[in-house]
Design a protein around this ligand. Structure first.
Ligand code: 5MM
Length: 326
């Protein structure tokens, strides 16, 4: 466990965050199509190669999360993606859940699946070079939601996943995402997030998971996207840290926020406000869209625009790394 705690500490070390480039094949294909790029296996590979070979990426990124397809692909020059990341001093991570599926008896709610065969898959990913893994639970705010049943089912799966990761020698990123979708208030987001985190840490305690080798990836506490409310970064920071303090044990190795569909600049401003306040855990980012959307828009699948895409990613990484030191 000492090695795992050291890896977890390296993932959240000062001035660095985690790049979430683990979109599933269907999500990535849809994003490429929206950007005018044909959604082929080769274009998904080329896009991820553009990201991970960005000059200086290791200056602000401690780890990159990949999906199964990318993990088995190669960058130009024959190294696999995990080998290419390790050569750059970046920890390779792998998304190991198989997605959110409808939860029986709870219309509109999901449970994230992927426990079947997980031990064998984790062992293979470890052999292929993974240092850490990620599993994302998806929770919605609405009438009666998230329900106690959805909270418990997802928390139980996250705890079993975390235990399996530790057995395989991987650090688990535990991601219970309360979606921004909806018209809920910031207060309702805070309440739902606190309930979600309490459920997760109750299950992690039940399974005796060593928290010094766990990185938590929560949402920030923000009003729903359709609420019409706008929360200033200081209000987001206050509500986010109050919620985390109420539900997250101090023993957790670190907290890496997701961006959740916030605009890139907004996510960075909120991150900076959160990091400006004292907290008992290392705080950082594990953004997907807020890091890569500008890079995809700049690249557009054209080899001649590769450097533009990389500059866009490097810019967002630098802004977020600077936010950590706010
Ligand atoms: C990059 O997207 C991840 C997985 O996407 P799928 O839904 O296709 O599996 C996702 O888990 C991501 O890591 C987190 O939600 C954080 O991403 P954002 O864009 O919210 O920061």
């Amino acid at each position: 466990m000492a090695d795992l705690a050291a890896t977890a500490a390296a993932m959240v070390r000062p001035g660095k965050g985690i790049l979430a480039a683990d979109e599933s094949v269907s999500t990535m294909s849809a994003r490429l199509e929206r950007a005018g790029v044909a959604p082929t296996e080769e274009n998904r590979r080329a896009y991820r190669e553009m990201l991970v070979t960005t000059p200086g990426l290791a200056g602000g990124v401690s780890g990159v999360i990949l999906c199964d397809e990318t993990f088995r692909q190669r960058v130009t020059g024959a190294a696999t993606f995990p080998q290419a990341l390790a050569a750059r001093g970046i920890l390779p991570g792998i998304k190991v859940d198989t997605g959110a599926r409808p939860l029986a008896g709870r219309p509109g709610e999901t449970v994230t699946e992927g426990l079947d065969g997980l031990r064998e898959r984790l062992a293979e990913y470890a052999r292929l070079g993974a240092a850490f893994a990620k599993w994302r639970a998806v929770l919605r705010i609405g009438a009666g939601r998230p329900s106690p049943q959805a909270l418990r089912a997802n928390a139980h799966a996250l705890a079993r996943y975390a235990g399996a990761c530790h057995e395989a020698g991987l650090v688990p990123i535990v991601e219970p995402e309360v979606l921004m979708d909806g018209s809920h208030s910031l207060r309702e987001c805070a309440e739902a997030t606190e309930r979600a985190l309490r459920a997760v840490f109750a299950e992690l305690a039940e399974f005796e998971i060593g928290l010094d080798a766990v990185v938590l990836k929560p949402n920030m506490v923000v009003p729903g996207g359709d609420s019409g409310q706008v929360a200033a970064p200081d209000e987001v920071a206050g509500a986010t840290l109050a919620t985390l303090r109420a539900a997250v044990p101090e023993a957790v190795a670190g907290i890496a926020f997701l961006s959740g569909g916030q605009g890139a600049a907004q996510a960075t401003a909120n991150l900076a406000a959160i990091c400006a306040r004292p907290a008992p855990w290392p705080l950082t980012f594990s953004f997907g869209r807020a890091l890569v959307d500008p890079a995809l828009a700049a690249w557009r699948g054209e080899a001649a625009r590769l450097a533009d895409g990389q500059r866009a990613l490097a810019h967002r990484v630098a802004r977020n790394a600077a936010a950590l030191a706010a």
